[in-house]
Design a protein around this ligand. Structure first.
Ligand code: DGY
Length: 328
């Protein structure tokens, strides 16, 4: 039987590429160019499957130009780069990589919270610039983390991982807001109390964003929400760019409306709003929350396994949609 053809749209671990090459005819992109939509559409010609990252948009136009496409596996848990309804309508299965990155991403969320509240980046830049000449009682004095109030917006698997770290490791009082409330058992395990978005924003010492991006969650945090937060509060976004209005955040940080922010994701990334680069009280990292070698390998392997499973038995391991007439 002839092999199906797939496109691996970005560079991935060579051993995962090797596994895929044993099963499929593979066109890869180990040079790791970020293709335009037109180039991606062109490269997709003749491919039945594809492995993408969050940088590749799979939308109605690409699907229309590639009626042969059967499945796209995203190497990410987030899938706002996929138009899933359009994929379903075109008979294309979509998959993502949940679970394998939960704890690693929760670790990073906590690291970014610590770095933000305790002014780690700002003080390191000061030291490297040769400004440190003496110890002073209030030098880079930041906000307390242990025992403080953490508000988590978005309480999926990663939010729950952060809650456990905060409550059990740091004795924090954890509040959360989510579209749906957790079961009583999960709330008890995470030691987390369900509150309104308003209560969370007005009373939390630290606000952590872990909400998936959609049209409905666009600018969940804008000027009005920032105005509700305490002037001593910190804001951490490890969710997606677009959840925060970055221009409004830069203004709030410059005006001291909130104390500090930690951002791993940005509107229009890899571009960063120029005003965010001008304010010192923000920690900026380039979308690395899931970036450990072990976790990134697990993500690549799961994306590959999804393709292999789908093309061998019609079922992906972690599908995002179901297709009419697909194998039960
Ligand atoms: C994810 O898995 O969604 C991470 O943000 C990496 O893209």
């Amino acid at each position: 039987m002839s092999k199906s053809s797939i496109l691996v749209a970005r560079a991935i671990f060579p051993e995962v590429l090797q596994t895929l090459s044993q099963v499929f005819e593979v066109e890869s992109n180990q040079a790791d160019e970020v293709w335009s939509a037109a180039e991606l559409t062109r490269r997709m010609q003749g491919k039945q499957g594809a492995l993408t990252t969050g940088s590749e948009r799979i939308d109605a136009a690409l699907l229309q130009a590639n009626p042969q496409l059967k499945m796209v596996a995203n190497m990410a848990v987030g899938f706002n780069n996929f138009d899933v309804p359009a994929m379903t309508a075109a008979g294309v299965l979509a998959s993502n990589t949940p679970d394998v990155l939960t704890e690693t991403t929760a670790d990073f969320g906590f690291a970014l919270l610590m770095a933000t509240a305790r002014r780690i980046s700002e003080s390191e830049h000061y030291l490297r610039a040769g400004h440190w000449t003496k110890w002073s009682y209030d030098m880079f004095a930041g906000a307390e983390v242990h025992g403080s109030k953490l508000g988590i917006l978005g309480m999926g698997r990663i939010g729950q991982g952060i809650a456990r770290r905060a409550a059990h490791g740091f004795g924090m009082e954890v509040m959360y807001h989510n579209r749906s409330r957790l079961s009583a058992d999960l709330e008890a395990e995470c030691k987390a109390r369900y509150v309104s978005k308003e209560e969370l924003l007005t009373t939390a010492d630290h606000v952590m964003l872990v909400v998936p991006y959609s049209a409905a969650s666009h600018h969940t945090i804008g000027a009005a929400e920032l105005a509700m937060m305490q002037p001593t509060a910190t804001l951490v976004n490890i969710a997606r760019g677009g959840i925060v209005d970055d221009a409004a955040l830069a203004k709030a940080l410059a005006a001291g409306q909130i104390a500090a922010a930690g951002l791993d994701v940005f509107e229009g990334e890899p571009q960063v709003h120029p005003d965010l680069l001008k304010v010192p009280n923000v920690v900026l990292t380039p979308h690395i929350a899931s970036a450990t070698i072990k976790t990134r390998k697990a993500m690549a392997q799961l994306a590959a396994d999804n393709l292999i499973a789908f093309f061998s038995n019609g079922q992906a391991l972690t599908p995002l949609n179901s297709l009419p007439g697909a194998a039960a």
